[in-house]
Design a protein around this ligand. Structure first.
Ligand code: KIV
Ligand code: ZN
Length: 504
């Protein structure tokens, strides 16, 4: 079947990174960008360079290192922002400057304190300036779905005339309803014939849980580029989820008459990596990548699946990269067996990282009989997402029970020194956190705490994710161990190490 190719514009590293506590350093951005390249996205929006010198440097690194996809940076419609953005993306194989400005009355009058004509003039000047620097310019009419239609058409026409090569129509606050948003895209195409010469894009937020539905409605009505994030992460309720859009288009090609260039077998791995590196857990019932997405539990469903998978399965797990590997690694498996299994799982680790993974593997395998593929992925991804260790966990002991005051005693490694302390608390986690707070000299406020078993079984590896407020900033941390209190302590320390890495 001859279908249209939809451009997948991934903004995990920009809109996704706007989630509090999910801030990435340059190395982490590069790690995810490389995986996005393997996934086959067409455009990577690597960041918002004028937001900080650190983000400008991170975008620059991605632009220098990642080949294949277009590398975009976001800029407000301000000359200085556009210059900083260009400096960050210019070394990319295919750079793009993405300029945005509010177009709804509430944005124009209240946020920008302009009138419509001044905002239109600002849009024109910003595209003119960006175009002098870069042939590939995207313009976003922020809050388009709440913008007066005639004014929206004027802005779109004007920026195309100035040379914008992609025009993006965002549903910035997730306000639109699919029929309405689809009709907006169709009416825009009818009213602005110049849109036929450029790429028409959409960018939908999920405030009413309709980000994916609105994006798909837009595709059916002529959108050619979809902006989305892995796992649907992003501001507030998030952005349209990449994996859901891609798999919907793939599952219903006749309905959409469209396809993407995504290698769907890389979806699961990308989802895990983003969740781990950005410390944002994936809800179990999340479509395509949630841990229950392919689990059939009722007897009737299991019976149907055994007779013919198609009875209850519209997507095959292996098509999105979910495979069950038989793993027989134990504490006695040596480095070469570990290296072999890692290669089978698709991990290519440099010498240092491999050694860290090996040490952690031995530590875990000493306490857990068999190491499964999921355990190993968890160990690797935690090591990958580590920041320089100001403090490392050397040992942890705790006493707890129904009739005693919980007590934790902690030994931390700081450089070559070992420091130790003990504290009591409401429970073993509280006691451990109080003890760590005292040892590192800061008090962390626990905002979120997620603990789950990586695999089934009583000896399952526990994986803890925390989000902690430290001195006014929010830092996330992740840790694994067969002991859930130890996993939690590791995650808490990981958040502190992130704080120290950013503040010293
Ligand atoms: O949601 C939005 O409007 C945006 C723009 C910057 C594209 O993220
Ligand atoms: Zn957005």
């Amino acid at each position: 079947m001859d279908t249209r190719k939809i451009t997948i514009f991934d903004t995990t590293l920009r809109d996704g990174e706007q989630v509090p506590g999910a801030k990435l350093n340059a190395k982490q951005k590069l790690e995810i960008a490389r995986q996005l390249e393997r996934l086959g996205v067409d455009v990577i929006e690597a960041g918002f360079p004028c937001s900080s010198p650190g983000d400008a440097a991170a975008v620059k690194l991605v632009a220098q290192e990642v080949r294949g996809p277009v590398i975009a940076g976001l800029a407000r419609a301000v000359k200085e922002d556009i210059d900083i953005c260009w400096d960050s993306v210019r070394e990319a194989e295919r750079p793009r400057i993405h300029v945005f400005l509010g177009s709804s009355d509430i944005h124009v009058a209240k946020k920008l304190r302009m009138d419509r004509d001044t905002a239109l003039e600002t849009a024109i000047e910003s595209v003119r300036h960006a175009k002098r620097l870069c042939p590939n310019v995207e313009y976003s009419t922020e809050d388009a779905s709440r913008t007066d239609f005639d004014y929206l058409c004027r802005v779109v026409e004007a920026v195309i005339k100035e040379g914008a090569t992609t025009v993006n129509i965002p549903d910035t606050v997730g306000y639109a309803i699919p029929e309405e948003f689809g009709a907006l895209i169709r009416r825009l195409r009818e009213r602005v014939p110049a849109l036929d010469k450029v790429t028409l894009s959409v960018h939908c937020h999920n405030d009413l849980g309709l980000g994916v539905a609105n994006s798909l409605a837009a595709v059916r009505n002529g959108a050619e580029q979809v902006e989305c994030t892995v796992n649907g992460i992003g501001e507030r309720a998030g952005n349209a989820a990449l994996e859901e859009i891609v798999v919907a288009l793939r599952t219903r090609p006749a309905l959409f008459g469209a396809h993407t260039g995504i290698n769907t077998t890389e979806i699961y791995r990308t989802s895990r990596m983003v969740s781990r590196v950005m410390n944002i857990p994936v809800q179990p019932n999340k479509a395509i990548v949630g841990s229950n997405a392919f689990a059939h539990s009722s007897g009737v469903h299991q019976d149907g699946i055994l007779k013919d998978r198609a009875t209850y399965e519209i997507v095959r797990p292996e098509d999105v990269g979910i495979k069950e590997h038989r793993m027989v690694l134990t504490a006695r498996s040596g480095r070469s067996a570990l290296r072999h299994k890692l290669t089978e799982l698709g991990y290519e680790l440099d010498k240092d990282l491999f050694e860290r993974v090996y040490q952690r593997f031995i530590n875990v395998a000493d306490r857990k009989k068999e190491i499964t593929a999921k355990d190993l992925s968890s160990i690797v991804e935690v090591e990958v997402s580590k920041v320089p260790e100001t403090y490392g966990l050397a040992a942890l002991q705790f006493m707890s029970g129904t009739r005693i005051t919980p007590l934790a005693s902690v030994r931390l490694k700081k450089g070559n020194e070992i420091v130790m302390d003990a504290a009591t608390g409401n429970g073993p986690v509280d006691a451990t956190f109080r003890c760590i707070d005292r040892m590192v000299g800061h008090t962390g406020k626990l905002l979120e705490y997620d603990l789950k078993a990586v695999t089934m079984g009583k000896d399952a590896l526990g994986e803890a994710m925390v989000r902690v407020e430290i001195e006014g900033g929010v830092y996330s941390g992740v840790g694994t161990s067969p002991d859930v209190i130890e996993a939690t302590a590791r995650a808490y320390l990981n958040a502190f190490n992130r704080y120290f890495a950013n503040n010293h």
